[in-house]
Ligand binder design. Structure first.
Ligand SMILES: C[S@@+](CC[C@H](N)C(=O)[O-])C[C@H]1O[C@@H](n2cnc3c(N)ncnc32)[C@H](O)[C@@H]1O
Length: 311
């Protein structure tokens, strides 16, 4: 099993930040947050489980004036029980609060309010009815997710959006139980299902679903299906080779140097020879050439970092 990659390199782009945040979910987060903004909705943002900051960095980009962004993670702290400890040791062993903050500040001028503690404390720290968007992505064990969903329900504004990560992954059955239990017994209404996340609301999902369907039907990079189950309309979206939505580069970004034009008189075969890659810079230096993480399916990069056992 692998753990997080070395984290001593500043990210140049969101794709450089290790984590689990596929292009489809980047697009959906962006759509939900921008829709709220267009509708004049104001409210705070909350993320439970930040890891290296990949989804938090995108969330922070949508913070409007007067709103507050709070994140909660164990970081290097003790997990509240043995199962949660095992989960964290297995999948997030090299996470540090410092690495999260360094990544976040590469894209933003100020940090969110950081709660370095188990997510069970969040109800004491974040006011009820204060948030427009909550991302639940901390422990993936049933008891914790059950509690996090309850906290999200209290903390969200009536038409707010909650996103539950890994609600149907093979390795996280506890999230599935907690998610569908919330739908069947706790009043959560699904708005849409991506491959990895359930988007829901305790408000009215129908106007949202109509607008979402309009948007998704226009895209050629989304596979779509709509089904009914137990009185709920389930809008299911999957990526068809989707690219991540545009996102501003970090303050450490350095554009790749374009290959120089062939000098007059140089033969074509010589001009076409690929440039020699630059040597790697010292740890912590801004990236100038090659991305430090290997290419993969998520945002042009693999789930760079931790073992995908739990995400
Ligand atoms: C899957 S990762 C989050 C991924 C991140 N949202 C992203 O997009 O890359 C889960 C995170 O939850 C944290 N975590 C695990 N158990 C927790 C708990 N009980 N309370 C708070 N955070 C917890 C872990 O330290 C880890 O950083």
């Amino acid at each position: 099993m692998t753990n997080a990659q070395a984290t001593d390199t500043y990210p140049g782009e969101l794709a450089d930040v290790p984590g689990w945040f596929p292009p489809l979910d980047q697009m959906l987060f962006t759509w939900f947050l921008e829709r709220q903004q267009k509708q004049g909705m104001s409210g705070d943002l909350l993320e439970l489980g930040v890891y290296m900051g990949k989804s938090a960095i995108l969330l922070g980009h949508h913070l409007q004036g007067g709103e507050k962004f709070t994140v909660c993670d164990l970081f290097e702290g003790d997990a509240p029980d043995e199962a949660n400890k095992a989960e964290s040791t297995k999948s997030y062993a090299s996470l540090t609060q410092q690495a999260f903050e360094r990544n976040y500040l590469s894209f933003h001028d100020t940090l969110p309010t950081v709660i370095a503690a188990p997510s069970s404390v969040v109800s004491e720290k974040v006011a009820p009815d204060s948030c427009r968007f909550v991302h639940v992505d901390a422990s993936h064990l049933y008891e914790h997710v059950y509690g996090d969903i309850g906290a999200a329900q209290d903390i969200l504004l009536p038409e707010g959006i909650v996103v539950l990560d890994d609600f149907r992954s093979e390795h996280t059955p506890g999230v599935s139980v907690a998610a569908w239990e919330a739908v069947l017994n706790r009043g959560l209404r699904p708005v849409c299902l991506s491959t990895q996340k359930l988007y829901g609301t305790w408000g009215d999902p129908e106007p949202l679903q109509e607008e979402l369907l309009d948007m998704l039907r226009q895209r050629t990079d989304v596979g779509l299906s709509v089904q009914e189950a137990a009185g709920h309309r389930l809008v299911r979206a999957r990526s068809r080779g989707m690219k991540p939505p545009p996102f501003p580069p970090s303050r450490h970004y350095t554009a790749p140097v374009p290959a120089s034009a062939p000098a007059a008189g140089v033969t074509e075969s010589r001009a076409a020879r690929p440039a020699r890659p630059a040597p790697p810079g010292p740890a912590g230096s801004p990236r100038t050439c090659c991305p430090p993480w290997s290419p993969g399916p998520y945002g042009g990069h693999a789930r760079s970092g931790p073992d995908p056992g739990v995400s």
